[in-house]
Unconditional design. Structure first.
Length: 365
């Protein structure tokens, strides 16, 4: 015979029914047994379903924690300094097996060949730099509890340019998966040089002692038939590549306003064709050039003038008569342009005029 034990609430009900009638007692007992069996079956079914749910459902993974007590310091905060030590400290927030710790410095310009000086709170390892990321790799991954302080000091780094930088630090598993992460306070790298700029103005000073001259000439008197006038000028410049001096005249040349606009011919067609001054009697005009460049070895008068012994005719297009290929220095170059005119009875009487132009052009390149 099978036995069955009624729960307490069922036994209380049996006693209450038994006080009234044995028949009613028996029927009540049968009802209670059936009720207890149904409850037991429901409990088994619930446990089975619950067990199935536990089998097919996994517990969600913990989210990455936030590292605390983060700090970053350097042995030298000068921008672009080399052989610098970086020191990092942090405290773990989540227990985990750390394989790597990455230190990502913001911005750009981080360089060097890092080496481990000390590493506390984590296993021994190696270090490498790739771009802005320093990676500390634990040789044998170790389980680290939450709240563990870690200190790593690295040497051999080269600072980036001047500016403010932070380092994003992350502890990682071998997967890799981030265990904890955080960002250090900003660290300033200071400029180690001062940009000095001096702007020197471009300068050329030109002087001319003659703005006009007049020669009174007479073909009957040799002393008045051939005359000269010297115009003196100075040039002082800081032009790095020196300057050039050109001489030109008006297109009409030395011309009179008398009937037919007679002219006194140029002694030569150009400076390149400079000649010795013709003997009297002559009907010609022209010039020669001499000069000195004290302290300026690059100064020169055009060789066509042969040290002032040959003469050129004026041209409206101009001729380069003197130059220097560097700054003159503190002493100005001096140039003397000697104008010479000779007349004879071929030269028509009248007033002849011309405009002579001297142009100094600096080369600041």
């Amino acid at each position: 015979m099978k036995s069955f034990t009624l729960p307490t609430w069922a036994r209380v009900a049996v006693r209450q029914e038994g006080l009234a009638s044995p028949q009613r007692l028996w029927r009540r007992v049968q009802q209670l047994v059936r009720r207890v069996r149904r409850q037991a079956l429901s409990l088994v079914t619930a446990l089975t379903l619950m067990g199935g749910f536990l089998v097919v459902t996994s517990q969600p993974a913990f989210a990455a924690g936030a590292l605390t007590n983060l700090s970053w310091s350097t042995s030298n905060n000068q921008a672009a300094a080399t052989a610098v030590n970086y020191s990092y400290s942090l405290k773990t927030a989540t227990a985990g097996t750390i394989k790597t710790i990455t230190f990502t410095v913001s911005g750009s310009g981080l360089a060097g060949a890092p080496a481990i000086v000390v590493a506390y709170g984590v296993g021994a390892g190696t270090v490498a730099l790739a771009g802005q990321v320093i990676t500390y790799t634990v040789t044998a991954p170790v389980a680290v509890s939450a709240g563990i302080p870690i200190f790593i000091q690295l040497s051999g780094l080269t600072n980036p340019a001047a500016g403010s930088y932070t380092t994003a630090i992350a502890t990682n598993t071998a997967a890799p998966a981030v265990i904890d992460s955080g960002t250090t306070p900003a660290l300033a790298f200071a400029a180690s040089n001062t940009a000095k700029t001096i702007v020197v103005a471009q300068s050329l000073t030109f002087t001319l002692d003659t703005t006009a001259f007049t020669l009174n000439m007479d073909p009957s008197l040799p002393a008045l038939a051939d005359q000269t006038y010297t115009s003196n000028m100075t040039i002082l410049t800081n032009a790095n590549s020196g300057y050039t001096l050109t001489v030109s005249d008006s297109a009409a040349g030395l011309q009179s306003s008398s009937a037919g606009n007679p002219t006194i011919p140029q002694v030569s067609a150009s400076m390149a064709a400079a000649v010795a001054w013709p003997a009297a009697p002559a009907n010609a005009t022209g010039y020669t050039v001499t000069g000195t460049g004290v302290g300026d070895a690059a100064f020169a008068v055009n060789a066509a003038f042969a040290g002032g012994t040959k003469y050129a005719g004026y041209r409206s297009a101009g001729d380069l008569v003197a130059s220097s290929t560097k700054a003159t220095g503190v002493t100005a170059n001096t140039i003397a342009i000697t104008d010479q005119t000779a007349i004879d009875y071929v030269t028509a009487s009248g007033t002849y005029t011309d405009t002579l132009t001297y142009t100094a052009t600096p080369n600041y390149s």
